[in-house]
Design a protein around this ligand. Structure first.
Ligand code: CMP
Length: 502
């Protein structure tokens, strides 16, 4: 309220109090009133009672008129007294509000107590004044005596009293004050504008009024962002994966600090929230001075980020998908990959006798496969339809030795393995495990057969290698009774037999 208006209010109240007091002072007392009545009606007074001067009793009509006149005077007195009390009480509460709650957020909240207290004072004052003017009428039984009235009033005021007591409980707790932003689950959000004995008035962010009764409010979950608190907010944004998160974080943090209403007491936090489908998702946590305008501040932050990104060449992420189209093994290899396979095959000693054409054919029938360190490429005892040439990495050949594995050999780039099973049709003779990340070329029987048919010397050299490895395996297992020649023959023979060669 403007200072001038409140001064006026005080002055008017004082004038009203003086006027009412003056009227009450000059208001005729019962005796004066009786005297006036007696004079007016041509009657006399005996011991304070109006009587006929002739000593006869007064007519019914006369008595009624006197009674009505006296009653009107008493009612007028009650009204004047009540007006004086009401003006006085209002002035006192107004002055208390001006001094005790001066500028305090409690001022509005206290209106509930003020109302309750005023009503109590008015009732008591009315009771006392009424009894003084009409001592013959007993008011007390009205309040105490009638149980039925009590029940009726109780039922009628059930909701009102519920609101009143819920309001008093809320006021005792004081979970919020005028000016705080509250979110009431399932009902709405806004700024507390007014608290009364009936309920709370909230102004929503759409400038609508939300009025909720105290009894309903008492049962709800209320999220309060106090007015005098530095409340936090979270705003999200994202960038493309190509942008450096460190740089983005530094730039955005500085920009957010400059935005109005962002608290300078706490440094905003910008961090990577998620590596999302479309890009890097960030979140900004900042503290706000005036929570009532958080929508505007959030929006301003987003707007500033857009300008910042424009200046710094940072891009927001938009929905993107990276498609990796896998080429089927049978499809033609790209030239570069094909050449590198052929190169590797050329470097393998046993393929030395092969012509360029045959190497090319072999390369066409080869597949590149990659294995992780520790991963088994070949498992002992399994059927084997392919052999492998190491392009990159190394492997260890091992056989079971009790509970552990015994390494019988290690092979590196350009070495081959798996030939024993492929060429003889026997089960795999050992486990072959990648030592480091290893890339191999897998050559299948169908790709090798025409080449073996055209190169008998290749069959010979492979069979030599097979025999050597067999011997080494036999000695590792402690079985050294093998007869070299016999084995050589049998290896060569079984290769020929298995491939149907002459
Ligand atoms: P295969 O029997 O098909 O499967 C296991 C492979 O380990 C085998 O072929 C050989 O290529 C290889 N191998 C077996 N013993 C040795 C060894 N002593 N040295 C190197 N490699 C071997």
């Amino acid at each position: 309220m403007a200072p001038q208006t409140s001064q006026k209010k005080i002055v008017y109240s004082f004038i009203a109090i003086l006027a009412l007091t003056a009227i009450l002072v000059i208001f005729p007392s019962d005796e004066t009133l009786n005297q006036l009545l007696a004079e007016g009606l041509g009657l006399s007074i005996e011991k304070g009672v109006i009587t006929s001067p002739t000593g006869e009793s007064l007519s019914m009509m006369m008595e009624k008129s006197i009674y009505i006149a006296q009653s009107i005077a008493h009612v007028l007195k009650v009204i004047l007294w009540m007006a004086l009390i009401v003006t006085l009480v209002r002035l006192v509460f107004f002055l208390i509000g001006k001094t005790v709650y001066r500028g305090s957020a409690q001022a509005q909240v206290s209106s509930l107590l003020k109302t309750v207290l005023s009503v109590v004072i008015y009732i008591v004052a009315f009771f006392v004044i009424f009894q003084s003017q009409f001592p013959d009428i007993q008011l007390a039984p009205l309040f105490t005596g009638s149980t039925i009235i009590g029940i009726v009033v109780g039922l009628a005021l059930q909701d009102t009293l519920g609101n009143l007591f819920a309001g008093l409980a809320l006021q005792a707790d004081q979970p919020f004050q005028v000016g705080d932003v509250v979110v009431i689950a399932g009902r709405g959000e806004g700024v507390i504008e007014f608290v009364s004995w009936r309920g709370v008035q909230i102004r929503t962010f759409q400038n609508k009024l939300l009025v909720i009764s105290n009894s309903v409010l008492g049962k709800e979950t209320i999220e309060v962002s106090p007015k005098n608190n530095v409340n936090a907010r979270v705003v999200f944004f994202n960038t493309l994966y190509s942008q450096s998160p460190t740089r983005t974080i530094q730039l955005v943090r500085e920009t957010v600090r400059q935005v109005e209403n962002v608290s300078q007491k706490m440094r905003p936090i910008v961090r990577v929230r998620n590596l999302g489908d479309n890009g890097i998702d960030f979140e900004i946590k900042y503290w706000i001075d005036d929570y009532r305008t958080y929508n505007d501040t959030d929006a301003l932050i987003r707007q500033r980020i857009w300008y910042l990104f424009r200046r710094e060449g940072i891009e927001f992420a938009y929905p993107t998908r990276t498609l990796h189209i896998e080429q089927k093994a049978a499809e033609q290899l790209p030239d570069e990959a094909f050449n590198s396979i052929a190169e590797h095959l050329n470097r393998v000693p046993i393929f030395n006798p092969l012509s360029d054409e045959e190497i090319e054919r072999l390369a066409n029938n080869s597949l590149s496969r990659i294995y992780a360190p520790g991963e088994a490429i070949v498992r002992m005892g399994q059927e084997g339809n392919s052999m492998f040439v190491i392009i990159r990495g190394s492997v260890k050949v091992q056989i079971p030795d009790g509970d552990s594995q015994k390494v019988v050999g290690t092979l590196a780039e350009d070495d081959f393995f798996g030939e024993m099973s492929l060429l003889t049709g026997e089960p795999r003779s050992a486990n072959v495990v990648a030592i480091v990340e290893t890339e191999v070329l897998r050559i299948d029987k169908t790709g090798l057969k025409p080449i073996l048919e055209a190169n008998p010397s290749l069959v010979e050299s492979i069979s030599v290698m097979v025999e050597e490895r067999r011997l080494s395996l036999l000695s590792a297992t402690g079985d050294n009774s093998a007869e070299e020649n016999q084995q050589k023959k049998s290896a060569l023979g079984s290769i020929r037999k298995f491939f149907g060669l002459k």
